[in-house]
Design a protein around this ligand. Sequence first.
Ligand SMILES: [Cu+2]
Length: 605
Amino acid sequence: MKLNLKKVSILFISLFVICSSAIPARIHNVDNDEHLHLRAYTNEIQKRHEPFKIIQTDYFKPFVHLPFTNKPVTRYYQLTLKKVKLSPDGFERTVWSVNGQYPAPIIRANKGDRMIINVENKFGDPAAVHWHGVFQHGTNWYDGVPGQTQCPIPNDVSFIYNFTTGDQHGTFWYHSHFMAQYADGLRGALIVHDPDDPYLKEYDYEYVITLSDWHHRTTGEILPNFISPTYTGKRPVPDSPLLSGRGRYNFYNVKKNKKYRFRIINSAADAFFIFSIDEHKLKLIESEGIYIKPTIIEKLPINVGQRYSVIVNADQPIGKYWIRATIDKRCVLINNATINFNSSIDWNGLGILKYEGSKNDKPKSKEFPENFKICRDPDPKHLKTLQPVTKYDGNVSDFFNITVKFQREGDGIVKAVMNNSSFIPQFNDPTINKIIRHIPPDELPKEQNSLIFDNKNGIVEIALWNNNTDEHPFHMHGHVFGVMFVGEKNEYPDEKKYDKKNPVIRDNVTVPGFGYLVIRFIADNPGIWAFHCHIEWHVELGMVLQLVELPSILMNETIPNDASSLCFKNDYQKKRNPTTPFHNRERMFNPVIINEIRRDINKIR
Ligand SMILES: [Cu+2]
């Protein structure tokens, strides 16, 4: 393994200076040191003294956009991660909460604003927060993916994410990207308002609805059963569907003749939802931060990780109407060996659209008929961008062909493999650190599933063949992409059929069972970006690729000290982390790196 001493110095010398009095005595037990990192970090944070705002938000209160400012502003938010007892569907369990609430609070900003978010980890487990859909231009190390862009935030440590929303606007969310932790609670909405929103005059208020599948058991209990050589079941069956963290009889109050922008976020671990409001059509205006031509639909299929905005006109007779968030069980395979196969789940999640002045009775509203292909994204003709985007129509500079399937590996466990390789992160040595140490990208371990490309502003094309029955919602970090082609079984990609002139643009797309997906994006964001199925159980089985984008630029960047110093404390190895099945822990740890750190600190001295 090649090491560039200069880069290593940049990485570690400041930490070394900060802790220089401690290093000589501790150099031989860096990996056991509980306090080294904490001390370095405390020095950093004490310089700041910022007024971080502790937020708690009510998803059932309508809101209007934040006051727009002449210039972008910086917004400081405090997110304290702590375990609390909550009963989202009536059953009390431990929830990995943010500021004590589930779903996590709605974080809001305006286009161009900077977000400085202090994540204080009091979980007792390691954690990290990913800002789903945010490009993180120039701040790859704040993308929040342990093993790729950072080491996990150890317990009892605070870490500040600091990024700008740039030109982005729309509906995003944030969630843990450490193990299956987001399914235990760490998931919430992230909204970026746009002063130039072309639809701004078309709605009076906004609501956010997060959809989630809820389990009564923690993922720390589920995963060891799921990832085991003896497991022959399918994906774990949830116990409830939740709308904004609640079961039935959650009210969304509206006033007659007012218009509401509903931002719908599928934050589930697994569930494909169908969203609708009885007797109220939905005017679709946004998919994943991209304005789309207004199109009227009745039911909205929404897969995991996806987001849409719809405008709802409260123009029906005063009354109550069911809001339906149904888990489409036609997209769910269950057999008798499946975890929680005898769940008493009612797949029909319900909320109520309640007009001001309506009576206190049950809604008697009628459900719209179904008019879409099951377990698929909405028809592309409903998702056309407001302005056609033509930048993907050109010569492809980098092309990748990927096959996704499941296969039983040497350890007896059925894994998800992408080109015959199942992803295993190295939590204590994220890929970004490796690149900045000048490890050549083609020397990254095979199980890191790297797609390497280095042509600046080139068009990258990924053709993915899904060689199994499940459909998968593939999400890309750091980018949106143009959807060139989605093919059903035996419908092969053919460049003549690609939607190059006016493609659907998004960051999270469904590839059909035994089907094909072809996407294109522009190589304009140096970094390590995950590209993965957003079904969390499939992530845990390794259905993850990482883009190693423009490494020749990335390798010359400098990771902020507070980010690199997270790697000095590796309690994610220890058994106090209940979400990591024991047999996985060893492989997720790069034993070489601690020795390298020791050696290089010695050389620097
Ligand atoms: Cu999947």
